[in-house]
Design a binder for this molecule. Structure first.
Ligand code: GSH
Length: 216
């Protein structure tokens, strides 16, 4: 059965690959599962039909048969559990890979998003100049800890896994920033993720939506 995911009709990040349907697309590409995309506008995301799929009125969602999911982490985990290629076969290895997914979403993503949102929504406010170094420090702390753990290995737990897919997707939000560049092993880790053929296909598919919308 071909699953259907939702994605932004118009990309607020101008096609930089930050919208979270990217993680789901990437996971589907990694496991070789074809998928369909239903594009939604910001207005449609607030409509009852979409709220039935996603209680918080966001993207991405995932539908396959009578299963409907929301939350990129839940969706990627479901894909990884249903198909070979994103989770190790042994029970402990799977548990560790899943733990890295949670670490990406619950430990790394919040300070990274908070820093980004402050820049987006508060950079004209009088407190921003004072607040920004604090937000950067919180991100830097987590990057330093992650960098120390990754060391000079390619992936977090041996082979590439859903844990790496999620971690790279989260770090991608810092791409090009001085913060990420302070950690050459993390910069290289993100680049390794981006170099994967499945990532490239997912990125191209998401970018095509932006390109089509901006020329129409
Ligand atoms: N924790 C959610 C976050 C979903 C989320 O923030 N989606 C964004 C796009 S990346 C969205 O729909 N933003 C529009 C809005 O919140 O109104 C997940 O990982 O799926």
């Amino acid at each position: 059965m071909t699953p259907t995911i939702t994605a932004f009709e118009r990309s607020p990040d101008r096609g930089r690959g930050l919208a979270r349907d990217m993680r789901v697309r990437w996971a589907l590409e990694e496991v070789g599962q074809p998928y369909e995309v239903r594009l939604v506008s910001f207005e449609a995301m607030r409509e009852p039909a979409h709220l039935k799929l996603h209680p918080f009125g966001q993207i991405p969602t995932y539908e396959a048969g009578d299963l409907a999911l929301f939350e990129s982490g839940g969706i990627v985990l479901h894909i990884a559990e249903r198909h070979a290629g994103l989770l190790p076969d042994d029970v402990n290895g799977r548990a560790r890979a899943i733990t890295w997914m949670f670490a990406a979403l619950a430990t790394m993503e919040p300070p990274i998003v908070e820093r980004g949102m402050a820049w987006l929504l508060e950079s004209d406010k009088p407190w921003y100049e004072q607040r920004q170094p604090l937000l950067e420090e919180r991100v830097r702390k987590r990057l330093g800890e992650l960098s120390a753990r990754l060391g000079d290995t390619n992936w977090l737990e041996g082979e590439f896994s859903a844990g790496d897919l999620m971690m790279v997707s989260v770090l991608f939000r810092l791409k090009g920033s001085d913060l990420l560049q302070e950690y050459p092993n993390l910069t290289a880790y993100v680049a390794r993720g981006e170099a994967r053929p499945a990532y490239k296909r997912a990125f191209a598919a998401q970018l095509a939506v932006f390109t089509a919308a901006s020329t129409s």
